[in-house]
Design a protein around this ligand. Structure first.
Ligand SMILES: *Cc1c(COP(=O)(O)O)cnc(C)c1O
Length: 488
């Protein structure tokens, strides 16, 4: 690979990409033709390049990206599935993407209808009665759900300031709970990797708002006791919140609402096929059972005899959780996805996601330690236990996978598995891709035994080699500066 040079290093004094036309007015200095505010003087050694070099520079940068469109991306819990192009086409229709949020309702009946119907589909998929499309991400859906619970109890004059959260929870769950003013009570999962009803029974009381769990949980396992757990929580006046980010395992097969779940957020950007990662855009609609509906954020869309309208006059509502109506174009993509897949298609997608995860689990379980051997749902979790004797860790495996052309899986999560390697293949990968990945993982395990140094220094082919994780997080350098000016 040719050494990549910074754009500053490619610069040559006086070289330019733009040739301004010859000025035939003798008194005018061409320099003065450019307004002052367009001239930059804040960057020492501003790069000077030809047009071709500029084109090559940006084209080269674009090849450094890794995405679902360039390769297998088995990032556990993130559902990095293929995003059908038709969804993008639909979201790019002028009638959707050129709408102004202040446009009067009568001008955007089609979009309001889409929001109303999408809410209905999501309620049907999750077994919920009412839904808000506002939250911009899964975590914001969680926060919104907890604020709804808070408002409900306040309305009834009940003081409940605790919430039970399993040790397998995604980090956003305790964070959202703390933001909403709840104290987190930990419940430990059993050896089987799931929550036992007795443990919930012991912790659930009249000061506890309920339980917040993920099903399937972050070990990729189905919480088999969910109905019994819901019964216990309900008996003490609490609610069951399900983090619905793992819905890719359940769509069309089972409904959380039928298992006793009262609130669930959907991650449209995971399960319902919107490209994500790198910060957005996302959408985390929150569905609730009827008794919680009056507390949902405004506005929501209502169907009337004359069409669709936005409801803002809801006295019990927690108010807005973001500006306007949510990430509308992500909703359009989810709507297009659901309509195109249909009921049978969604079910098939979940079944294939589960099959793919189990295929990887079965084919790698002799090579990598598998802490929970039972049938998994849409993801499986290994650990680095077998590699420890060679001084190789999960991080080394993840970095080495980059050399094989794969995005690393989620690592060191969930926290209940030491050195976790969490693999979520999704339904959109072919058996050939899964086999290539499996072979790469086996080959890495062989290298761990024979040439551990190769793993310790990986990746070898990536533009950025092994970074110091702590410094990269504590002292991120995200902009190039001349050495003299920076800290070296
Ligand atoms: C991704 C994820 C979240 C958070 O969703 P964001 O959209 O990233 O805020 C919460 N819980 C689980 C289990 C997840 O996988």
């Amino acid at each position: 690979m040719r050494e990549r040079r910074l754009i500053f290093e490619k610069s040559r004094k006086g070289r330019t990409a733009v040739e301004p036309p010859h000025v035939d007015v003798p008194e005018v200095d061409p320099e003065e033709l450019i307004p002052e505010n367009l001239l930059r003087d804040d960057l020492e050694g501003f790069p000077e390049l030809s047009e071709l070099d500029v084109v090559r520079h940006y084209t080269e940068l674009s090849t450094l990206n890794f995405g679902v469109d360039t390769g297998f991306y088995p990032l556990g819990s993130c559902t990095m599935k293929y995003n059908p192009r038709i969804d993008e086409d639909v979201a790019a229709l002028e009638g959707f993407c050129m709408l102004h949020p202040y446009q009067p309702e009568e001008h955007c009946q089609g979009s309001l209808r889409l929001m109303h119907e999408l809410s209905g589909y999501l309620c049907e998929i999750g077994g919920m009665d009412a839904l808000t499309l506002q939250p911009s991400a899964g975590a914001q859906g969680e926060l919104c759900g907890l604020l709804v619970l808070s408002a409900y109890f306040k309305d009834r004059g009940e003081r409940r300031d605790k919430i039970i959260i399993p040790d397998t929870a995604h980090g956003t769950n305790p964070a959202s709970s703390a933001l909403a003013g709840f104290d987190v009570v930990d419940v430990t999962s059993s050896k089987k990797g799931i929550i036992e009803p007795e443990d919930v029974e012991r912790l659930m009381d009249e000061r506890t708002a309920g339980i917040m769990l993920t099903n399937p949980n972050t070990l990729g396992l189905f919480e088999e006791n969910i109905k019994e757990i819901a019964r216990i929580v309900h008996a003490k006046g609490g609610f069951v919140y399900c983090d619905g980010a793992n819905l890719n395992a359940l769509m069309g097969i089972a409904r959380l609402g039928d298992m006793g779940v009262d609130l669930v957020q959907f991650n449209l950007h995971k399960t319902f096929a919107t490209p994500h990662g790198g910060g957005g855009p996302g959408s985390g609609p929150l569905g609730v059972k009827k008794v919680l509906a009056p507390y949902l954020p405004v506005p929501w869309v209502e169907k009337t005899e004359d069409g669709y309208r936005l409801v803002t006059d809801a006295p019990k509502s927690i108010g807005r959780c973001r500006a306007f109506y949510g990430n509308f174009l992500v909703m359009v993509k989810a709507y297009a996805y659901i309509r195109r897949m249909g009921r049978a298609g969604l079910k098939e997608a979940s079944r294939m996601a589960i099959l793919n995860a189990n295929y990887i689990k079965e084919r790698l379980k002799d090579t990598y330690h598998l802490p929970h051997p039972q049938t998994c749902m849409h993801e499986c979790v290994f650990s680095d236990r077998y590699l420890q004797q060679h001084g190789v860790t999960t991080m080394d495996v993840a970095k080495r996978l980059i050399d094989y052309g794969f995005h690393p899986p989620t690592v060191y999560f969930p926290l209940v598995v030491k050195g976790a390697i969490m693999i979520e293949p999704t339904e959109t990968e072919s058996p050939e891709t899964l086999d290539e990945f499996i072979e790469a993982m086996k080959s890495i395990a062989r290298e761990a035994k024979e040439t551990p140094e190769l793993l310790k220094n990986a990746p070898h082919t990536a533009p950025v080699k092994r970074v110091d994780e702590v410094r990269a997080s504590r002292m991120p350098v995200v902009r190039w500066k001349p050495v003299s000016e920076g800290d070296g």
